[in-house]
Design a protein around this ligand. Structure first.
Ligand code: ADP
Ligand code: MG
Length: 477
């Protein structure tokens, strides 16, 4: 039965190839797999969402026709994105084309979820068995481009990935923070892939959400012993998007896990969009534990780094679309204008690829300008930190930063302190309690009072208004 399906599938592919031509076929269908055939419907899969929507938009009918020519009873073709977990580990990424062995495993009659488990490289299987979040096989160290913005974070991540069971842990946890699209997830998944490719090391990658809903629940249903056992099996716990970890119970559970792992000499790696001190809803003990390891920030991508990322994306696309090329002036243009983040850079290349494939035309500067217009955003305002505000205000008023945080109430500190709190409220997204905490543990009502006070004064006092404007300009520079 399985073999018969496989025969049908090869003939369907042959038909597709001859209707669309070799070039189009290898661009869009080479990585399409048969998942199952059931009555009148066929289930196919592709590795990426991009491929899926492209095929659906442009070739759905031809795929169906090809099947009907082979099996007239087929009336439906379902196309899904197959889990990244089923792909081979990045160590063998060059050999990403499905091997015969994998194919035979795929074409039997077991349900899809079972197939998934057996067809996976052992690395991914164990990661999945531990309840890990899906990994993107493209996010590896090999595809991570280095630049000034991420050198330190990358070095620390490599160190963690290359550690071996029993090695002393150098910094724990490793905490990486950066704004959206600056490569946090890329780096964390790279650690996971690389770490898991070794023989007896288990790296578990979890988004904070997954930790909340999955891991905790799974652990709760087991006994305390099983919990400890599960922890013992993990060498590195990787948590992405820590800022989403919310709720008292989850945090308590997380704190417990964190302490247990760190005390057992296991490595913990965390990424978030802000430093530990800014994780407002977090318990003070967790926060200080997080800050107690190595905290590294990745800053925004410089132009050179953006160019590097674009080039590596083009190279990756060319592996499957040999005729695709982006001339240097276009790359320079994109690196110069798409400053926002890595996601937009990826999006730009995808669009150029789609456009040049669809129209079978080479990429030109003019086409690029048209295609990516909406990705070019006005310069993002700088992410201003409370520490920067305190530093700049202290300098301006000739007091020390610790004066601002102290409980001293003399006029020469009270006013600067109020100004600093006011700026913290207006220039950052931090909440009043958070600001209070960052100003020597003051109550949020004190902050509110300061904000109102300065607001009122700025309306009347031109000199103060000037001071505040000057401070704002300095901070935004
Ligand atoms: P974050 O998790 O920080 O929001 P991601 O890791 O998802 O960001 O990165 C967004 C996109 O930019 C991804 O496609 C990623 O591969 C790419 N990217 C970011 N930084 C780099 C880098 N240094 N090298 C290569 N690609 C990068
Ligand atoms: Mg991310």
């Amino acid at each position: 039965m399985a073999n018969m399906e496989q025969d049908h599938w090869s003939r369907v592919k042959g038909r597709l190839r001859s209707t669309v031509g070799e070039d189009v076929y290898s661009s869009w269908f080479a990585r399409m797999d048969l998942e199952s055939v059931q009555d009148d419907s066929v289930h196919l899969s592709v590795p990426t969402r991009f491929l899926k929507s492209w095929i659906q938009a442009h070739y759905a009918e031809r795929v169906l026709n090809a099947w009907q020519a082979e099996m007239p009873q087929v009336h439906r073709v379902d196309l899904t994105v197959r889990s990244a977990m089923r792909n081979v580990a990045p160590a063998n990424k060059e050999a990403a084309a499905p091997t015969e062995a994998r194919r035979t495993e795929t074409f039997n009659n077991r349900p899809a979820h079972e197939l998934r488990a057996t067809a996976t490289a052992p690395v991914s299987a164990s990661h999945e068995a531990l309840g890990g979040s899906p990994l993107d096989p493209r996010l590896t160290f090999a595809s991570f481009v280095l630049g000034r913005a991420n050198t330190l974070a990358h070095a620390a991540a490599r160190q963690v990935a290359e550690g071996r069971r029993g090695d002393p842990v150098m910094f724990n946890p490793l905490y990486i923070h950066a704004g959206v699209g600056l490569g946090k997830t890329h780096l964390l998944q790279a650690v996971t892939w690389a770490g898991n490719s070794g023989p007896d090391r288990k790296v578990l990658y979890l988004t904070a959400e997954k930790f909340m809903y999955g891991f905790v629940a799974a652990l709760k249903t087991q006994t305390a012993l099983a919990f400890k056992e599960a922890l013992r099996g993990i060498d590195v716990l990787v948590i992405d998007d820590m800022q989403f970890l919310q709720g008292k119970t989850t945090q308590a559970e997380f704190c417990h896990t964190l302490n247990a792992l760190i005390d057992a000499g296991r490595q913990v790696v965390i990424a978030a969009d802000r430093p530990p001190s800014d994780l407002e809803s977090l318990d003070e003990r967790v926060r200080s534990r997080l800050a107690g390891g190595l905290v590294v920030e990745m800053s925004s991508l410089g132009e050179e780094l953006r160019l590097g990322i674009l080039k590596s994306r083009v190279a990756a696309a060319r592996a499957h679309h040999a005729s695709f090329d982006v001339p240097d002036p276009v790359l320079d243009y994109l690196a110069r204008t798409i400053t926002h983040n890595g996601r937009d850079l990826e999006g730009a290349i995808n669009r150029l690829l789609a456009h040049s494939k669809l129209n079978a035309t080479p990429v030109t500067l003019e086409m690029a300008e048209r295609e990516v217009r909406d990705l070019i955003r006005p310069q993002e305002p700088k992410r201003i930190k409370i520490e920067d505000i305190q530093r700049v205000v202290a300098r301006q008023y000739n007091v020390s930063r610790s004066d601002l945080l102290s409980s001293r109430r003399t006029a020469n500190v009270v006013r600067p302190r109020q100004v600093a709190m006011y700026l913290a409220k207006t220039l950052t997204l931090r909440s009043l309690p958070e600001i209070g905490r960052r100003f020597g543990g003051r109550d949020h009502t004190t902050v509110l009072h300061a904000v109102r006070k300065i607001e009122a004064l700025v309306g009347k006092d031109v000199a103060l208004q000037d001071e505040v404007e000057t401070l704002k300009r300095q901070l935004q520079e």
